[in-house]
Write a new protein. Structure first.
Ligand code: ZN
Ligand code: CU
Length: 491
């Protein structure tokens, strides 16, 4: 005779780091119907499945604050590059680029092509994209932004100018459709050609519907180099004009003359937080990665080609070597390799550490999930923060590191019932070894899975275990609940 077990899943004997920055404590965690049903001494309980977690940390599943996984959720539904790191939720649609709404047959300008959306899989509405994902869930949850550059491409004949009143109205209508379908906000990428000509006023006007729908404004700013302070000021002005929270994406100060200026930018962010909601994210590397660019500022340091459509053989090689071999200037070699992606070494380690350690900084990978030689952040970001920056460098305690990738992120994005190990929360969990967790992905071997991650649970299902995907795909499309997001540091 058998009785119904108390839990679907019981994680026994682990040490909980709960995602609130509170000190760790020993506890069992019981999961039932996709939710955390109990946390504490569950010695007498029975379960359909038990995982022994002695010696391991049990933490909330990590939330990747900044991704370009919109299409990867369909193309690589096991999301191994993310769940292998302990990531259970990705925020997609960043840098002005979202997979929807896109017209079929339209040629996508760089960097919209980075998402790699096949023509047949394009959705002309955001609701269509959400429905497709609900019908074919991926291994991780997603919270998605709609991209301003995507809206421009969908509504404007030419992108090399400011939008007209009519075009702005058309973009607003698409934004409203997206927000009603579950988008959590609007992202911009005024650094990139499709949006470079968009004025502050254009963005404010397009963004008008955000406040009533409880949406966020998230931005890859116009400048992260010599004009970074002006770019921050523009971002904050947009947030104030719309009366909504802003997220400064992958905050950095790049190019040598700006090294050290994170002291200036962080002081400005801190001061601004007193009067309005400001959030920021950061990836733990001194190199960035984006489309292949030919402008001098981007080619100032070492450039590593990650992918090239016309020259796939160049992936993994230095631009300098390729240019020398071809007997042309680096900018010319870069032009010949477009479209494609590259890795740019333009940051200084002390700035990266200062921004990571800033108490309100969330962790976001900014990984680009295409090609064979991506930036190692795609596979290594979260274990690198936990292993390298917390354990080895001692930048912050493990509890703080976990908070920066769970509780803080859930709060900032308004992801209700996620981000902490508390009874009633959705059962997104990661079990890892604090002593051994480390990123193994390097610039040379960028797709090597991290070490020290034992199991990853998404909505109560084990998605990653024993170093591989289990094939369980319980990811959900998450909406933003503004009330779940208490006011930031300004409160
Ligand atoms: Zn970006
Ligand atoms: Cu990005």
């Amino acid at each position: 005779m058998s009785t119904t077990p108390t839990f679907d899943l019981l994680i026994r004997g682990g040490t909980v780091i709960d995602g609130t920055k509170a000190p760790r404590f020993d506890a069992d965690v019981g999961v039932k119907d996709g939710r955390i049903a109990a946390v504490g001494d569950l010695a007498g309980a029975s379960a359909t499945r038990t995982i022994a977690a002695a010696g391991l940390i049990v933490a909330p599943g990590f939330i990747d604050a900044h991704t370009h996984d919109d299409q990867a959720l369909f193309a690589q539904p096991d999301m191994a590059f993310k769940v292998s790191q302990g990531v259970t939720t990705v925020v997609a649609g960043n840098c002005g680029i979202s997979a929807a709404p896109l017209k079929k047959g339209m040629k996508l300008p760089m960097p919209l092509d980075l998402l790699d959306v096949p023509d047949a899989e394009r959705h002309s509405t955001f609701a269509g994209w959400v429905a497709a994902l609900r019908a074919r869930p991926a291994a991780t949850n997603v919270a998605a932004l709609v991209g301003h550059s995507t809206l421009r491409a969908a509504t404007m004949e030419s992108l090399d100018r400011e939008a007209t009143g009519e075009e702005i109205a058309a973009m607003q209508a698409l934004l409203v459709e997206a927000l009603e379908a579950g988008a959590i906000g609007l992202s911009t990428g005024t650094f990139y050609p499709p949006a470079v000509k968009a004025s502050t006023e254009e963005i404010v006007e397009v963004g008008r519907p955000l406040a009533v729908h409880g949406g966020l404004y998230v931005t890859h700013m116009r400048d992260e180099s010599s004009k970074v302070m002006e770019a921050l000021d523009e971002t904050f002005r947009i947030g104030r004009a719309l009366g909504i929270p802003v997220v400064v994406s992958h905050h950095k100060v790049q190019n040598k003359p700006n090294f050290g200026r994170s002291t200036e930018t962080l002081a400005f962010i801190r001061e601004t937080m007193k009067g309005q909601q400001v959030c920021l994210d950061c990836y733990p590397y001194t190199a960035g990665s984006t489309m292949i660019r030919t402008d001098r500022g981007m080619l100032d340091g070492r450039v590593l080609i990650a992918s090239s459509t016309p020259h796939p053989e160049c992936a993994g090689r230095d631009l300098g070597d390729i240019a020398a071999e071809w007997g042309v200037a680096e900018s010319e070699a870069a032009r010949r390799m477009q479209p494609g992606t590259a890795i740019y070494f333009l940051m200084d380690e002390p700035d990266v550490q200062r921004i990571l350690a800033f108490d309100e900084t969330m962790i976001g990978s900014d990984g680009i999930p295409t090609g064979e030689k991506p930036h190692p952040r795609l596979w290594g970001t979260f274990p690198r923060v936990l292993g390298h920056y917390s354990r080895e460098v001692g930048l912050f305690p493990l509890e703080t590191a976990v908070w920066k990738m769970t509780g803080l992120t859930a709060r900032n994005f308004g992801l209700a019932d996620r981000g902490t190990v508390t009874v009633g929360q959705h059962a997104d969990l990661v079990l890892f070894d604090a002593a051994t967790i480390r990123d193994a992905a390097t610039y040379e071997a960028p797709t090597t899975p991290a070490e020290g991650i034992h199991a990853v649970i998404v909505n109560g299902g084990v998605a990653w275990e024993g170093g591989r995907s289990t094939g369980v795909r319980r990811g959900q499309v998450l909406k933003r609940t503004p009330s779940a997001a208490p006011r930031g540091a300004a409160a």
